[in-house]
Design a protein around this ligand. Structure first.
Ligand SMILES: NC(=O)c1ccc[n+]([C@@H]2O[C@H](COP(=O)([O-])OP(=O)(O)OC[C@H]3O[C@@H](n4cnc5c(N)ncnc54)[C@H](O)[C@@H]3O)[C@@H](O)[C@H]2O)c1
Ligand SMILES: O=P(O)(O)OC[C@H](O)CO
Length: 328
């Protein structure tokens, strides 16, 4: 049994806390909202996220960071990318020096262009850490449905040890030492899911969606390569695998948000579509590296209210014709 603390009581934090509590670990879920955390502890249910899922009775919940972290052997950071800098600064002093950090955000800090590992390690430089990413809807994992993800760490030995610890019967972790690849895949697939959703919402059809996902994946690979990612990582669970999942179901908040944009309707009920925050910075990082990323570019312009979905499609379709083999 491990002492595990999950920071972030949203959908994914609640699902992971539930997964590891059911697997027999001593798990504490930490969230900022004292009333919400007291309700989770009393009712074994997270009313704001996954309200219909019954949480394990052994799962503890608190809004006190000292209580949450004092005995932690493993600390999962399950916060939106934009919250990581502030939260890791505020919480760093409570995190035991030897605790394994598991970074679960799929986004890019839009001010600094940094990924989760770069942000959190600035505050917690001495702790061992890994990044967890891959096809995994919170609801599926909370219900105990099976999936597989990638766990990347600075050394393959640490990644294998972390994968061993983080795997359960239904949650299979593959080890990798490609942190850049795993983080790039997780963040960029969200932006591409917005584009895929927009195509469906605008009524452009499944063929257009498949073309956008495939050409978007070429952009993900080019930009990932510039970040130092290994191609096989991007072809794996945290790249292609998560792209397939996220672009194929309205269970994805990013895809659903894109569908809504394509239809011209408001979806403020979608609590977090990470791609909305990562699109502009992803397009900028590509531009700065002279990497062709027309889909990331148009998504960032649509979100900024600068062009419509129709204008974006016209821009994409008017691009010069290329040999496919030269542009993947
Ligand atoms: N939901 C999923 O299926 C899923 C799966 C895999 C990865 N992810 C990724 O995990 C990350 C979190 O996603 P989520 O689905 O849990 O989001 P969410 O919107 O459901 O929950 C985010 C939680 O973080 C809390 N929070 C925000 N700032 C905070 C702070 N400074 N301190 C403490 N808590 C804070 C919010 O109150 C909320 O409870 C995202 O990067 C997302 O892409 C989500
Ligand atoms: O609901 P989304 O779009 O944030 O996607 C959730 C997970 O990242 C899917 O793997």
């Amino acid at each position: 049994m491990k002492q595990i603390t999950v920071i972030g009581a949203g959908a994914w934090g609640t699902a992971l806390a539930s997964l590891y509590a059911r697997a027999g670990n001593d798990v504490v879920l930490y969230g900022r909202d004292a009333a919400a955390m007291a309700a989770i502890a009393a009712e074994h249910r997270n009313a704001a996220y996954l309200p219909d899922i019954e949480l394990p009775a052994a799962l503890r919940a608190t809004s006190d960071p000292r209580i949450a972290l004092e005995h932690a052997e493993t600390v999962l950071f399950v916060l939106p990318a934009q919250a990581l800098d502030g939260a890791s600064e505020a919480l760093a002093r409570f995190v035991p020096k030897t605790a394994l950090l598991v970074l679960c955000a799929k986004g890019i800090d839009r001010k600094s262009g940094r990924f989760a590992s770069q942000i959190v390690r600035e505050r917690l430089a001495d702790n061992p850490f890994c990044v967890l990413s891959g096809p995994s809807f919170a609801r599926d994992v909370a219900r105990g449905l099976p999936t597989a993800v990638t766990v990347a760490a600075p050394t393959i030995a640490l990644a294998e040890a972390a994968s061993e610890q983080l795997s359960t019967e239904a949650f299979r972790c593959y080890a990798s030492d490609d942190i850049a690849g795993v983080e790039a895949g997780g963040a960029l697939k969200n932006v591409l899911a917005l584009a895929a959703g927009m195509a469906i919402g605008r009524g452009l059809g499944e063929s257009a969606k498949a073309a956008i996902v495939t050409r978007g994946f070429a952009e993900l690979r080019r930009l990932g390569d510039a970040f130092g990612a290994q191609p096989e990582t991007l072809m794996g669970l945290s790249g292609l695998g998560d792209l397939i999942l996220t672009c194929s179901s309205e269970q994805s908040r990013n895809f659903a948000y894109g569908v809504a944009l394509g239809r011209g309707v408001d979806r403020t009920d979608l609590k977090l579509a990470e791609g909305v925050y990562s699109a502009g910075i992803a397009a900028r990082l590509a531009r700065e590296r002279a990497i062709e990323a027309p889909i990331l570019e148009v998504v960032s312009h649509i979100l900024a209210g600068e062009i419509s979905v129709d204008e974006a499609m016209r821009t994409l379709l008017a691009r010069p014709l290329r040999r496919e083999a030269e542009s993947v």
